[in-house]
Design a protein around this ligand. Structure first.
Ligand code: 5AD
Length: 347
């Protein structure tokens, strides 16, 4: 089968043998690329219309106990200027977000054990008390099952935790010895089992990643059936061991997004900040490749200028209002619109 036939088959059946997925990932000419993204885009539109869900991210701490080799807020980066937001600062960020129309708040941070399980529960409860119609998403890394259960009981609706890679040896190359893919998967299984709308995902083009690794990730995700999948290109950060590694290929990232949409049609798929950083209209290209979520930053300035995961990260100085306006205008220019509703999973 030629690549166009493979794309048509993937569109019809939602799966391809590993070797065929690898072929599509390795490279497509412009006609094939348009065919793949067109299929993915039509699939997204058939389920979600031309709406793109908007979520507000609050980056509430950049302290992290982990030492991931790719990440700008890794523990051993002594040049990272650390901060924590208080519960009140987090609530006022949500307040501002609410007034701008946001109905999903994503609390994201490094793995900062300063916030105990009961602190997290208190924060979640306070948000849900004040805005019961809003969804709360946590993105705070690996915790115990009982911790996850307590946040869920406190009202958290969703949880994002990228597996980063589905290959144990590649995982070990990206992460310190204290971390393992097995534990990451344990967390993801627990989260889904507890009842969270669960998100996983990967970086595209992280150091040491092969095309076969990406295929493994696609097959893992097809099998896991997450509600959300975060995919963005790797971008080096100057104060990490991967400072001199090349950034991930944006074209490859777009192909991974499209293939993901065809393999998991209903999944919530953000067009990520990293993609928007890698290419100037990256977030729009992501939507045109089948993504259907954009997550602007609603962190107060004191935090957002310090929460730097990679070089050139966009949205670290902008203002939410302006950002929202630009996203709305950009989406309109391609015939889409920003949907500020909760946007729950339809799985
Ligand atoms: N480049 C791109 N993405 C990164 N992340 C962390 N560091 C980088 C980087 N250098 C991603 C990880 C993490 C998410 C919050 O940000 O995939 O899960």
């Amino acid at each position: 089968m030629d690549k166009k036939q493979l794309i048509a088959k993937l569109d019809r059946e939602g799966i391809l043998p590993a070797d065929d997925l690898a072929q599509l990932l390795r490279g497509l000419d412009s006609e094939e690329t348009e065919l793949l993204s067109g299929c993915a885009r039509r699939k997204a539109v058939s389920l979600y219309g031309k709406s793109v869900y908007i979520r507000g991210i609050v980056e509430f701490t950049n302290y992290c106990r982990n030492d991931c080799r790719y990440c700008g807020i890794r523990r051993s980066n002594t040049r990272a200027d650390r901060y924590r937001l208080s519960k009140n600062e987090i609530l006022s960020a949500c307040e501002g977000g609410y007034r701008s129309g946001f109905r999903t708040f994503v609390l994201q941070g490094g793995e900062d054990m300063h916030y105990t399980d009961s602190d997290i529960c208190e924060i979640v409860k306070a948000i849900k008390d004040r805005w019961p119609e809003c969804a709360v998403t946590l993105s705070i890394g690996e915790r115990s099952r009982s911790g996850y259960e307590s946040y869920y009981a406190a009202g958290a609706d969703r949880f994002l935790l990228r597996q980063e890679t589905s290959s144990p040896s590649h995982y070990a190359y990206l992460h310190p010895e204290t971390m393992s893919l097995a534990n990451r998967k344990r967390c993801l299984d627990d989260l889904k089992d507890i009842g969270y709308q669960t998100g996983c995902g990967i970086m595209v083009g992280s150091p040491g990643q092969t095309i076969e690794n990406i295929v493994q990730d696609l097959l893992y995700m097809k099998d896991f059936v997450p509600h959300m999948i975060g995919i963005g290109p790797f971008i080096p950060h100057k104060d990490t061991p991967f400072a001199n590694e090349p950034a991930g290929d944006a074209g490859l990232c777009l192909r991974v997004l499209s293939i993901t949409r065809l393999m998991l049609p209903k999944v919530l798929l953000p067009s990520t900040t990293a993609l928007g950083t890698a290419v100037s209209d990256g977030r729009l290209q992501g939507i045109l490749a089948g993504a259907n979520v954009i997550m602007p930053n609603i962190t107060p300035p004191r935090g957002r200028c310090r929460y730097i995961l990679y070089d050139g990260q966009i949205g670290t100085e902008g203002d939410t209002q302006e950002d929202l306006k630009r996203i709305g205008d950009d989406l309109k220019s391609i015939g889409y619109f920003a949907d500020m509703g909760r946007g729950d999973s339809i799985m």
